[in-house]
Design a protein around this ligand. Structure first.
Ligand SMILES: [Zn+2]
Length: 445
């Protein structure tokens, strides 16, 4: 079961109110604030340990945020609980930078109230220290490949890549406090299923309390000083294939769940090929409840996207989906990947029509706005009083509304499809000045 918890909402509302009051007396710009992160729960029917998985603290480490996104989408927990945060630092993920408000992982010992990361850091601290949490992992991609002895600038003891990082060997008298032994169990399991021998994982103990002052500002050190066992999983930035990094991350999380006694089922077979497929599945974007875009094969630019002048509502199925307003329109992102640009065509949407009747290859169907329907040869949109139909990529001289016309797929210009494969076409309905909605028709073979 997935539950999206809007626990940050009250915090945000409070600060907005505070700002509104302040705005009367000052002309200063609104203080910068990171976007709130999302929290999902995978809860088993049987009670057991609770694991907190944190991804995306560093925005340029995609192994660290695609792994939790896949985890929450493709796993069912049967015993115990997994709390998944795929995007702790949303604005940095969008910018594909380590930290656009500086390094968030150096803000856990102290942070100023006006720091843009303040709300997110406070909120994650609250979750980390909550009673139910038994173990915490913080996911990264680090430089190089860790080796106990110096080999060269890439393979050496200072590298972070392919490591399980612990701050100290044990956390005494705490369940699962034997960090060194847990990390070594994961390490030995992972090292049996490497895709290349040189991807060997190691355990790196930073001995934070006595040796590493900088690391004392980190999330994991905050956790262990609050008696919560924690470790960081680092795949390597030098592994450029995102599916492979994500595969290693997910395999490590599975190994840890087994140690913690968390029982789970997967909705797929865990191998590199399937992980690659899932990473390239961007899901759908529903806009204003009247347009649905399938994102996996969408064109780089969608022209004349019917949108409201403001307050457009975007809903992604992918946990890393986001839009970014630019001069040209709305850029659509999955994680750090820019998927498409929606160039807006602005309309009011006061419309009382919710569906169209369409004959697909001669067979009548009801098509709600936002639905995708298949046809093989041709389609015909039935007349609705007062509604203008526009089939994008089709035109016939002198016709204002393209209803009651049998349209063959060969009559539509493929350049106007939504997808790169030139198979999905837009049927749009208008009432007066208002845009009512879009139905997608997919030509199949
Ligand atoms: Zn990192």
């Amino acid at each position: 079961m997935k539950i999206l918890i809007y626990f940050l909402l009250s915090l945000c509302l409070m600060s907005e109110v505070a700002f509104a009051v302040k705005a009367k007396t000052t002309t200063k710009e609104a203080p910068k604030k990171n976007t709130p992160f999302d929290v999902y729960e995978l809860k088993g029917e049987q009670d057991g340990s609770t694991l907190l998985v944190i991804g995306g603290i560093h925005g340029d480490e995609p192994g660290g945020f695609f792994a939790p996104a896949l985890l929450m989408d493709l796993y069912k927990v049967k015993k115990g609980k997994v709390i998944v945060i795929p995007n702790l630092n949303p604005d940095s993920i969008l910018a594909f930078r380590r930290g656009i408000y500086k390094d968030m992982n150096r803000k856990f010992a102290s942070i100023k109230r006006n720091d843009p990361d303040f709300d997110n850091v406070q909120a994650i601290k609250k979750i980390i220290t909550s009673e139910e949490i038994d173990f915490i992992i913080n996911l990264h991609d680090g430089h190089g490949f860790y080796r106990e002895k110096w080999e060269n600038s890439i393979f050496n003891p200072k590298a972070w890549g392919q490591t399980y990082v612990i701050d100290q060997k044990t956390l005494d008298n705490v369940p699962f406090g034997d960090l060194d032994s847990i990390a070594k169990q994961i390490e030995s399991k992972l090292n049996q299923s490497l895709h290349y021998d040189f991807h060997t994982f190691g355990v790196r103990n930073t001995e934070t309390r006595i040796k590493d002052e900088e690391q004392q500002n980190s999330l994991t050190f905050f956790a262990i000083t609050h008696l919560k066992p924690a470790l960081a999983i680092e795949t390597s930035k030098n592994i450029t294939e995102l599916p492979l990094k994500t595969f290693y991350q997910i395999s490590s999380i599975e190994a840890l769940m087994e140690i913690l006694g968390i029982e789970f089922e997967r909705k797929f077979e865990l191998n590199l090929e399937n992980v690659a497929k899932k990473i390239n599945d961007f899901g759908t974007l529903v806009i204003n409840d009247n347009i649905t875009l399938e994102l996996s094969d969408i064109r780089n630019i969608i022209n004349f996207t019917p949108l409201l002048a403001q307050k457009n509502h975007f809903e992604f199925t992918h946990p890393l989906g986001r839009t970014k307003r630019t001069k040209e329109g709305y850029e659509v992102y999955i994680g750090h990947k820019r998927i498409t640009l929606l160039r807006p065509d602005i309309f009011p949407m006061q419309c009382d029509v919710k569906a169209l009747e369409i004959e697909l290859d001669g067979k009548a169907s009801q098509a709600k706005f936002g639905e995708t329907l298949d046809f093989q040869q041709n389609f015909l949109v039935k007349k609705l009083d007062g509604v203008r139909i526009n089939v994008i990529g089709y035109s016939k001289k002198g016709i204002v509304s393209e209803h009651d016309i049998l349209i063959n797929k060969a009559n539509i210009d493929g350049r106007y499809s939504l997808d790169k494969a030139k198979s999905i076409f837009r049927v749009e309905a208008y009432q007066g000045r208002n845009f009512c909605g879009m139905v997608n028709l997919r030509a199949t073979k």
